[in-house]
Design a protein around this ligand. Structure first.
Ligand code: HEC
Length: 118
């Protein structure tokens, strides 16, 4: 009988540990890759940005590396998508950066996180 009680106790402890482990996982929400890619394509970002090749703009891997580990990485990427600041293209010409055509913060943040995941 005593043996059984012990086992039950351990089972309960085990379950509690599992809940704690899951509960303290990364705070960041999982990235919806499909949604990010769709938004990236529909906004013609792909005209100037590829994953690892320089087009008119820097590749995503380079952008991600630039902001890696920086607390303001996401907000910098969001600014780039929304402020339309002047940028220099790879061919030397200048133009205002593309402004993303969504006002949905969740979609924009998802796209920013996807860019930064490269
Ligand atoms: C006409 C070409 C062009 C298009 C279209 C374009 N970009 Fe860019 N983008 C650039 C260039 C050029 C730079 C480099 C700017 C610099 O280094 O100052 C850049 C830089 C960036 C950066 C890095 C900013 C930084 O501080 O290093 C991000 C993020 C970015 N673009 C996201 C996007 C997204 C998202 C889209 C689509 C909504 C997009 N771009 C569409 C040309 C473009």
């Amino acid at each position: 009988m005593i043996q059984m009680k012990f086992q039950t106790k351990f089972a309960v402890l085990g379950a509690a540990a599992l809940v704690i482990t899951v509960g303290t996982g990364p705070v960041q929400a999982a990235i919806d890759i499909d949604a990010a890619q769709a938004l990236f394509k529909s906004n013609d970002c792909t005209k100037c940005h590829a994953v690892d090749k320089t087009k008119k703009g820097p590749p995503l891997t380079k952008i991600a590396a630039k902001f890696k580990g920086k607390a303001d990485g996401q907000s910098n990427v969001l600014k780039q998508m929304t402020e339309g600041k002047k940028v220099k293209l790879a061919d030397g010409t200048e133009q205002d950066h593309k402004v993303i055509d969504t006002k949905d913060q969740k979609d924009m943040k998802n796209l920013a996180d996807w860019i930064l995941s490269h």
